[in-house]
Design a binder for this molecule. Structure first.
Ligand code: XMP
Length: 512
């Protein structure tokens, strides 16, 4: 499928633009502004979008747009910095007006043209600029203006060019998506054909081509990425895929069964389960330091997986599935081209003599797209909508040493919290909802006629965009009350439920 290339001028908005284009059901890819125009054109783009960026077009070393880009007959849309760079490259003028605009700004649409067709004459849009286009290139119609930007939008429909000074991709810009769609559909003439069905079909073909008749291995974690990646590979090459699931005994109630039963039933995937609970519990015995716990779990996991991988490599497995997502690819500076075979990748610490080529069927996708595809592939919705869960599992939610009894207590309390959150219909309002067992703390309580001396648990519901920062979720009090009552009634070792009201920073999401 021909991509719309989003040229990244160093703005945090490039990914957002790419997502908005995809929401318009048009495939998009991000490329760095340092990429030569010839290389961009070699990707046979359906259109090119020049993103915003932090520079001033007049700064020495500011990224410029090569005028050759406009000679190829490819439609181009400029946003903010990209709009100014485009104006300059085509012979317009950009001035330091001294009129800076940041945040919500009224935009007057002077001529609707194609971009603003059917939209109100006044729009509130999100601006972030110091310089302004003072003169549009010849042949362009100026379609909007603002107090700080005399030329706030222009278009030359015959040549397939348009641009706006503001950020249509942010939700604060009224009708931003419509403006983008007017460019994509009505100026660039692209049809909205990038649907999940097409994505699946394309990935399946690609996997088949890469893998041929060879054997493939995938480690399932219980999380959504590995589950969807494996399901795609299975759809492509069926029983050439073997999945490995290391059950370390640190998952929440029902999660191992979800992988072993529901997932297998939904996909028909060939699964090898390694029951390693005893091995993990043995290695963790008496350990209280969080980093020590992580190290031990990481080490034991690698041991198990290595053993499985060796067995399978001996049986001729040559490929390893990874659930790498598009944001990781963009952030590590990688493209989406054919460089997805790294024969020597030290995956999760696999030793060098275990050489697998990587199959990464999600490397062009954002997380929400992975979910949509997972649902389309018929995977269990609970798995698709699962909150992020740390690799070391419940071991880092037991404050103190980890043993079977403590795991059982925490599992029971955690299940109640999850059930009640789901019943309240609030799963999607919460990023994660750890329940933490203060296993080395006891507090006095009274239940029935008797004094108890039990453990407290901590409820840690958080809201977040990316886990880098977070705030505690303001869950309804009656929901918290229900969770508290049920936990203290149903989990006999717990006699106190507390709520963590710390943001991140200063607190982390997990307690360890
Ligand atoms: P913190 O606790 O640092 O967590 O705010 C941020 C996000 O990362 C998850 N997390 C982990 N994930 N291995 C993982 O795979 C780990 O050791 C680990 N520690 C924390 C945490 O659940 C949250 O989503």
């Amino acid at each position: 499928m021909q991509p719309v290339l989003v040229v990244d001028f160093g703005a945090q908005y490039a990914q957002l633009i790419a997502r908005r284009v995809r929401e318009a059901r048009v495939y998009s890819e991000i490329v760095p502004s340092s990429m030569p125009v010839a290389e961009m054109l070699a990707k046979n783009p359906a259109a090119i979008i020049l993103s915003g960026g932090p520079s001033s077009v007049y700064e020495p070393g500011a990224p410029q747009v090569d005028a050759a880009l406009f000679e190829a007959g490819t439609p181009v849309f400029g946003i903010c910095y990209g709009f100014q760079a485009m104006a300059l490259a085509l012979g317009g003028k950009v001035a330091k007006t001294g009129l800076r605009e940041f945040g919500g700004t009224p935009l007057a649409v002077t001529t609707p043209g194609t971009l603003f067709d059917g939209l109100p004459a006044e729009l509130s849009v999100w601006m972030s600029h110091g310089d302004s286009v003072s003169e549009a290139p010849s042949g362009f119609t100026v379609t909007a203006t603002s107090d700080g930007a005399p030329v706030a939008a222009f278009e030359n429909v015959a040549r397939g060019f348009a641009g706006v000074q503001y950020h249509p991709e942010v939700m604060h810009s009224a009708h931003g998506q419509t403006v983008l769609e007017h460019f994509l559909y009505d100026i660039a003439g692209i049809a909205p054909e990038w649907t999940s069905a097409n994505v699946i079909e394309e990935q399946v073909a690609r996997i088949r081509e890469q893998v041929g008749d060879k054997q493939v291995l995938c480690a399932l974690s219980g999380g959504v990425d590995s589950a969807v990646a494996a399901a795609l590979v299975h759809k492509a090459v069926g029983d050439q895929l073997t999945c490995v699931f290391v059950d370390h005994g640190l998952l929440r109630a029902g999660e191992a069964e979800q992988v072993e039963n529901d997932y297998v039933a939904a996909t028909g995937i060939k699964l090898r389960v390694f029951n390693a609970q005893d091995q993990f519990l043995g290695a963790l015995a008496g350990v209280t330091d969080p980093e020590e716990k992580r190290k031990i779990i990481g080490r034991e996991f690698i041991r198990c997986f290595e053993q499985a991988a060796r067995e399978l490599a001996a049986e001729g497995v040559e490929f390893l599935v990874q659930g790498t997502l598009y944001p990781d690819v963009v952030e590590s500076g990688g493209g989406t081209g054919t460089a997805n075979i790294k024969s020597h990748h030290n995956v999760g610490g696999l030793p060098d003599d275990l050489k697998f080529a990587l199959v990464e069927p999600l490397r062009t996708l954002f997380k929400d797209e992975v979910r949509t595809i997972g649902l389309e592939l018929g995977l269990p919705p609970e798995m698709i909508w699962r909150h992020p869960f740390p690799g070391p599992g419940l071991a880092i939610r037991i404050i103190g040493a980890v043993d079977q009894e403590r795991l059982d207590i925490l599992r029971a309390a955690d299940l109640i919290a999850r059930q009640e959150l789901t019943n309240a219909g609030l799963d999607r309002d919460v990023w994660q909802f750890p329940v933490v067992l203060l296993a080395d703390v006891r507090s006095v309580g009274v239940q029935g006629d008797g004094r108890t001396y039990g453990h407290p648990v901590v409820l840690r519901p958080v809201s977040s965009e990316d886990a880098m920062t977070a705030d505690w979720s303001r869950l309804p009090y009656d929901l918290i009350a229900r969770i508290s009552t049920r936990i203290t009634n149903e989990v006999s070792e717990v006699n106190r439920v507390t709520l963590d009201v710390t943001s991140k920073p200063p607190g982390t999401i997990e307690w360890e």
